[in-house]
Design a protein around this ligand. Sequence first.
Ligand code: PHB
Length: 368
Amino acid sequence: MSDSRLFHPVRLGDRHIENRIVLPPLTRSRATSDGSATELMREYYAQRSGAGLIIAEGTVVTPQASAYANVPGLFTDEQINAWRPVVEASKRVGNAVYCQLWHVGRQSHSSVQPDGLPPQAPSPVAIKGFSYRSPEGRIPYETPRELTTDQIKEIVQAFGTAAANAAKAGFDGVELHGANGYLIEQFLDDGINFRTDEYGGSLENRMRFLFEVLDAVTEQLPANKVGIRFSPSSDWMDAIDSDKRTLFSTVIRRLNNYSLAYLHLVEPGIAGSTNAAKSDDSIPTKELAAHFDGTVIVTGGHDKESAEELIKSGVADLVGFGRLFISNPDLPERFRLNAPLAELNSHGLYGGTERGYTDYPRLDSRFL
Ligand code: PHB
C-alpha cells in the first residue's frame, strides 16, 4: 500500500472504497439534446474510474431544472437507459459511482425552458452581478417566476423520483446539489428568498425545501446512499445570506439525524468552477466539517500535498479534484507515482466533441 493517506481505504455509506480521491461533479455538456448520456460520456467516465468515488455531473430532475443544453437528466426511461452503460463502465471493484441531482432554479433562462417562459425560483428576483452563458455569449439573467406551493411539492417529488431512477440506472447513490446558488440554496439564503409562506422567512422555513427533498430522496434510497453538497462561503451567482455561519452550521447539524453517506463541502475561494478572492467572512471548512458526524468530502483547489494534509488533520475523509481530473484522466495513478500533471486546456470545457474531453492522454509510459 502507498504511504499516501489518499490511498488508505475508507468506508463510504454502504461501501468500502480503496482510495480517497474523488471525481467531483463537473458540468461538461456532452449529453444529447434530450438529456440522454452518450457513448462519449461513457468513455470519459471510464477513463476516470480510478477515483475511489465518482460523482457524475449535475443531472437534472425535471425538464425545467436545467440551465444549459446537453445536460443529462434522470426523469425519462430513455435517460435511465442511457446512463446504464456509462455507470457500468465507470464501476470497478473498490470504487463507488454516485449521481449529482440538480435543479438550477433562477440560474436557468427562457431560451432553455420547455415553455419558453422565464425560469422558476423561490422569489421573483433576478441574479445580479453575473450573466447567463448562452450559445451566443453572455446575456443578463431574467426575473424568474415565483414557484407556487404546489409546484414546490412537485419538485420535491421529482427529486425522489430521480433518486429512484438513479438506482435503476445502476448508480451506487446520489448527491443533492445544495451548493453554488442553485435551487436548494435559493431557498436557504435570506437575501434571495423573500417568500411569506412556509418556505420563506425564518431559518426553519427556509430549510424546509432542503429537508423535504432529503425526506423524499431517503424514502427511495437508504440514507447511507445519499450525500449532499454545499458551498457555504460562496456568494457566486448572488447567493446572498445575512448569516451563512448560522445557516450552514444549523443545516449541517440537522443532517446528523439522517446518517447520510457523506457531506461534501466546497472550499472558500471557489466561485462555481473557478477561483475567486477569499472574502474576509469566509467560514473555515474545518469549522463546518466539525459539526458533521459522518464522512466529509472537501473539494476546491487542492493538490496532492494539501489533500493529504486535509486528511491527516482530520478535516476531510476524502478530497475532490475537479480541474486536475479533467486534464489527468489517470489522476490517482499520477498521484501514486508522483508523476507530472497535465495542464487544463480551456477548449472544450462546456460542450463540443472529444476535444478537451476524452483526448487528455494517460501517463506517458516513461513513468510506468
Ligand atoms: C458550471 O456549469 O460552470 C457549473 C455547474 C454547476 C456548478 C458550478 C458550476 O455547481
